[in-house]
Design a binder for this molecule. Structure first.
Ligand code: GDP
Ligand code: MN
Length: 387
């Protein structure tokens, strides 16, 4: 689950990190009072959306007077902010954070995430802060310094010191940085995060080290341990189809291809996406209808898939292990009565009672093609779309 910058900063504050003072609002008319309350010479008006790259898109602006603060608040609230992470459709800004401004000497990058290859968290820092870290990783990977964290031990002091030195800090700023790194690790560990990014961490002109931006993603698998995190969710920031699918308990992730996929089991769903690419097309989604697929899940699956205007065909790929294929076949026929399937449909059923299921489908009179295998299915749906 993703959260907003101001929510992430509240968490950092709770863990004792030195974040800038700021006030959140949804109303431009609050801007003047916030300027007075912060009592600074410079403030920053920051769009709160779940995507990064807001600065470049015009969603982060410095203001040196009350008038300017009001002006930026008016401009940013309600704007459709486009960044490299929102995609071309952009994201509506409903909330802004107005924060005390800082005089920046230098910007750094700090992040913690899980390295799945080694199954351990990895701490990353770079002197190339404020920039797109993916670009730094691609062009100058040597500028990212890493420390692997032993999950049972946590961030060790020598590791924090090594990272602070890698950023080039000296004297008291090493101490400030080390304290922040330890704090970030406590947040990552304590809140069961899957990602923390502070980009930029800054050194100010008066030698203070401050996290100026913060992005936190929580690991949803651990949400049962953090009931309080649920109220930080902002559904308006999420893909409406994914929200709808989660209501039906469907594991759905929207992608940008044209072949809608309905599959049982995450592994088979991944394999299905691969084989669609292999057959020359792109999957429109990942959809795992789960082990106990029935009429209801199949119907809901079709509804969700067909709500995506990019879908030009549907490939149903079900393995009858826990569930029998004939039941799925009848499920598809029932579902087709509830949802009008407006695009070509290819069904591949394998496993228990697969033959029987194929007969049921062929005799149903439904407009669909039955595939004999994974590859055959993928080729059939791609050919049907191309027709
Ligand atoms: P992002 O573009 O979504 O990552 O948003 P950030 O919060 O990282 O802000 C973008 C950029 O705005 C930063 O990299 C800074 O260069 C600049 N910025 C943000 N806050 C301040 C501030 O208090 N003072 C100054 N001078 N610049 C700031
Ligand atoms: Mn940033």
């Amino acid at each position: 689950m993703k959260i907003h910058e101001y929510q992430a900063k509240n968490i950092l504050k709770k863990y004792g990190l030195p974040v800038p003072n700021g006030i959140v609002t949804e109303k431009p008319e609050d801007a003047a009072a916030i300027w007075d309350k912060l009592a600074q010479n410079v403030v920053v008006v920051k769009a709160q959306i779940h995507a990064g790259g807001r600065g470049k898109g015009g969603g982060v602006k410095l203001a040196k007077s009350k008038e300017e603060t009001i002006e930026h608040a008016k401009a940013i609230l309600g704007m459709n902010l486009k960044t490299h992470q929102t995609g071309p459709e952009g994201q509506l800004v409903k909330t802004i954070l107005i924060e005390e401004g800082n005089l920046i000497e230098k910007e750094y990058y700090v992040g913690i995430t899980l390295d799945r290859r080694i199954s351990k968290p990895v701490f990353m820092v770079s002197t190339e802060g404020g920039m797109d870290i993916e670009e730094v990783a691609a062009k100058t990977p040597e500028k990212i310094v890493k420390e692997i964290i032993e999950p049972g031990l946590g961030l060790q002091n020598w590791q924090a010191i090594r990272l602070a030195f890698a950023l080039g800090f000296e004297g008291d700023m090493v101490k400030q940085c080390v304290k922040i790194l330890h704090g970030l690790w406590k947040v990552y560990d304590g809140e069961d995060c899957s990602l923390i990014e502070v980009n930029p961490l800054i050194a100010t002109k008066d030698q203070k080290v401050i996290p100026l931006d913060c992005k936190i993603n929580f690991d949803d698998n651990a949400s049962y341990r953090h009931p309080d995190q649920a109220e930080l969710r902002d559904i308006a920031e999420e893909d409406p189809l994914e929200v709808e699918a989660s209501k039906f308990n469907l594991n759905y992730v929207r992608l940008d291809g044209e072949v809608g996929c309905m599959v049982n089991g995450a592994g088979l769903a991944m394999g299905t996406m691969d084989i669609i690419k292999y057959a020359g097309s792109e999957p429109a989604n990942f959809l795992d209808v789960g082990g106990g697929a029935n009429v209801e899940t199949v119907t809901n699956g079709f509804k969700i898939i067909l709500s995506d205007p990019n879908v030009k065909g549907i490939f149903v790929n079900i393995f009858g292990g826990i569930v029998r294929c004939d039941r799925i076949a009848n499920g598809i026929i029932e579902a087709a009565k509830n949802v009008e399937i407006t695009v070509p449909l290819v069904v591949r059923l394998a496993g228990t009672n697969a033959e029987e299921a194929r007969d049921i489908l062929v005799k149903s009179g439904l407009k669909l093609e039955v595939a004999t295998g994974l590859k055959d299915g993928a080729e059939k749906i791609v050919a049907a779309i191309r027709k």
